[in-house]
Design a protein. Sequence first.
Lengths: 476, 216
Amino acid sequence: MAILGFHMSRGLSPRPSPAERVVLHIFPWPRSAQDLLRRNTLIALAILLCSSVSLRAQISCGSNCEIYDSAHYGGSGLAAKMAFVNAVQAMGAPLGQESFSPSNFPAGPYFSGIPLPGGVALLANDIVSNGPIPAGNNAEDTYTVMGVTGISDLYYIGFDFDIKPRPNSNPANVVVQVGIDYDSVTYSEPLGGFFGVVSSSSQPLNHSGISVFGITDDGASPENVGEVYLDNILYAGGPGISASNPLYPDSSSFCGEGAPACIFLVYIFELAAYFDPVTANTYIYQTLNGALFTSVGGFPSGFSSPFDVSSGGTDYGLFGPGETLTFPGGGVSHFTISGISPSVNGSSPTAFPVELGVNTIGAQVEAIALTAPQPISTKASGLAYSRVSQTFNGTLTITNISINSITGPFQIVLIALPTGVTVANSTGSYFGNPFITVPAVASLSPGQSATVNVQFKNRSNAKINFTPVVYSGSIN
Amino acid sequence: MSKRASLLIVSFLCLSSMASAGTITYVVTVNTSSIAGTAGSLDFNFNPGPLVTQAASLQILGFSSDGTLAGGATLTGDVGGALPGTLTSDNGTAFNDYFEGFTYGTSLVFDVSLYGPALSSPDGTSTSGSTFAFSMFSDPAGTIPVLTSDTINGFAFTVDVNLDGTTTVTNSSSETTISPASTVPEPNDFLLLGTALAWWGALRFRQQRRRRATIS
């Protein structure tokens, strides 16, 4: 049994009423609503007794499990998540990830009660948002956020949670309960973080199921119930664990008809995950939140030649099935896989999955699939450094190399800029990539060119490079 | 002289003439009389572009002025040498820069020589050129540009190495004249020429010895 200390963050603040609490439970699935109500009443009483003092308590989750949560590890929950992932990986167990929100909380969409793949089923009444309880209802209320039933070998599960502040702005606690003993972890608002639980192999977590509840009762009418959200659920069998079950982009809406490139985003909450973007003959992968790629491997078979991997002007050579490239120096923020021949068919969900190693749990990864051929070429001048503006200055020249006229305006998106290099005169940002609008060019006839100035900030004097993608028409 | 040896010598001579064909040199003259006595600074940088860039090199030659160099120049990237001697730079790193304090006299003269594969044999596949920039400042820290109409970036003039091996000069300084110089052979050209001549001389000497031996 693992016993972990935690700090009850409510501290010496005024004693809250039972209504000021929102509770998340993970415990054996109750046999009846009455059973549930009885249990939660006990929980509420326990909170009432404990929440007015600052103390370090111990929790347990049965005799064979450990809890990894924000209350113990602090911060936003990333440290807890890292510990959880490490624990699962130490068991040699697979870990998939089910994400519902491209930008994480609070934008949504979130878990919506759709049955998870991999044998994890969710209850029909799973909800992500509880509206105010109807007037006159002063009873304690329990709301199921997630339930897991139907499997007999669930040994670990983790998830991000977020309890949105309630309309009455009163402080509230959230209690996560684990196991049949109802040991609890108390959080104070802002009620966001990570919760994970790992059982030993001898005793699965679920006796008859696992559920997560939100409970609240402010003793007033109408009740103000916190909204409970879950996201990035980590469990065995989730997407990302194999080439046949890869992580999919959060959205494919960034790939319009005739667009020169498709941009896809995904958050990776594992240290290695299979990610399958879309069809193309060249993919550019980059992180958007400071994480680094540590490796790329798991290249698919069935292609006529190996794939070329490069990053920042460095060509790492050709790689094929069964080979893995470990990037030197701790990793790279972006890399390109080119030479995919024949071009992959994006209608297949497993067309071109690769295994991406990242150094940070929660890495936001963007994959840009370049369609070929590109109708507009981009060339650049050298970059003269100005001590006055402290920028590297040059020009970008685009040329219509197709046989048809192309209507403007033209936007040059600068993809995969090195870390620390920014565009000082960018027009805006396109999914994390700066772009520059070529001024006063209504259209380009075949062979016609247009030039625009570009200025880079580059305090570390890193080699400036990027992949240009030219969009015709407005991209915002 | 055998036909094979003659062919070799001719090849060497051709190579040396080809190498010098890609070198472009500009003579730069700046009238600094309006700021004579000002303790300022000079900046030379030669950098690649942000896409695929072919190798190119640069030399600053024949620097002369009645002004005074401050010494203790700051060199960044692939830059070697010290003024008033020859500066050599290539475009191998993102920022190749020579910066030195300078008290202006009445004039400033130097040559800018650009050479290398990007000028002598453009590969047709590169997508970025390289750019040389020269700036003058009226302060030792290099923050206040002088003798230029480019108040935003402070460049007196720039020279772009284009993708077809040509160059483009942009002069923002009315006090500066930039004129192409006649082609000057590179050091490598002299080496090739010298080798060819030495070989030719050795073969002549050997032939004469044989002839004498045959006569005697």
